[in-house]
Design a protein around this ligand. Structure first.
Ligand SMILES: NC(=O)c1ccc[n+]([C@@H]2O[C@H](COP(=O)([O-])OP(=O)(O)OC[C@H]3O[C@@H](n4cnc5c(N)ncnc54)[C@H](OP(=O)(O)O)[C@@H]3O)[C@@H](O)[C@H]2O)c1
Length: 267
């Protein structure tokens, strides 16, 4: 049986690519889309995919009048929480791609999801290779106590460190704290030359033309090094396969689960 999906943010950079991915998937059907600008139109006309015959609605509440199994949230942090809550109240499982929800938001969502006995799968990065960067780095950190992170991005990226570099540091902190041979506060010279300390890891952010987005963690032992690096391109294609996997598996969960590895069989 086909999984029926309602996609909020279906006309955006990430959502439109996902909508086209759903159109190519025989086991998935997009039954409703949300975008204020394109409300009333057929989604396929907006995103250039004639197989997408569903309507675009101005709000999640209107779109959810079409029965669906999974609601996908790909809008903005300001609207995401209320969209997710209304979808759960309608009995849908939820996949959250939108970044920027707070711990409070997830706590409120978890309470409703548990009450409704529905799954919520949230991932700040649905790219399969980015998930593997996190998992491989976690595995290495169990054995190797020394590491630093390098965060590469295009010159006009205003925030630093990147979300992926920050998430990497936070995940590694759950394994252990790295042990620099010279404590950072005993550095002789500008403290900044040792990078930013995030969750105990040193992160060095480069912002230069010629880069898109990459994150690298370098582990060191005497006379040997291991580098694990993730590079993404300019398009939103890398996020489609992971989001489709999340849509197909979220109904096996109850409550909030963070990270695509919640449904990846990584042993
Ligand atoms: N998890 C991942 O792998 C991943 C990958 C890429 C991006 N993201 C995140 O996904 C989110 C969307 O990114 P994007 O680059 O696709 O943004 P975008 O291009 O600006 O698209 C936003 C979409 O949401 C709709 N929207 C915005 N506010 C809305 C509201 N209040 N009610 C209903 N619809 C609304 C927009 O349509 P209207 O303006 O017409 O309403 C549009 O369709 C961001 O948080 C981004 O960080 C996550």
């Amino acid at each position: 049986m086909s999984v029926r999906i309602c996609l909020a943010g279906a006309t955006g950079w990430a959502g439109s690519e996902l909508a086209r991915g759903i159109a190519r998937s025989p086991d998935l059907t997009l039954v409703a889309a949300v975008s204020r600008t394109h409300a009333g139109r057929v989604l396929g006309d907006v995103v250039g995919e004639p197989r997408l015959e569903c309507r675009v609605y101005a709000s999640a509440a209107e779109a959810l009048a079409q029965p669906c199994d999974v609601f996908v949230e790909y809008t903005r942090p300001e609207s995401a929480r209320s969209h997710v809550l209304v979808a759960l109240e309608h009995g849908a499982h939820v996949v959250v791609g939108t970044s920027g929800l707070t711990a409070d938001d997830f706590a409120a969502i978890d309470a409703v999801a548990l009450k409704q006995r529905r799954g919520v799968l949230a991932a700040g990065n649905f790219s399969l290779t980015a998930v593997l960067l996190l998992k491989c780095a976690e595995l290495a950190a169990r054995i190797l106590p020394h590491w630093e992170i390098i965060d590469y991005a295009h010159d006009d990226k205003v925030d630093a460190p990147s979300g992926t570099a920050r998430e990497l540091a936070e995940r590694l902190a759950k394994v252990r704290q790295p042990t620099p041979t010279v404590p950072i506060d005993q550095t002789i010279g500008p403290r900044e030359s040792r990078g930013a300390t995030v969750a105990g890891s040193q992160i060095h952010s480069l912002r230069l033309p010629g880069y898109v987005i990459s994150a690298e963690v370098v582990f060191g032992l005497p006379d040997q090094r291991l580098s694990i690096r993730h590079d993404s391109g300019n398009s939103s294609v890398p996020y489609v396969d992971g989001a489709l996997l999340a849509i197909r598996t979220v109904s096996t969960l109850i409550g909030v689960h963070r990270g695509l590895d919640a449904v990846l069989d990584l042993g």
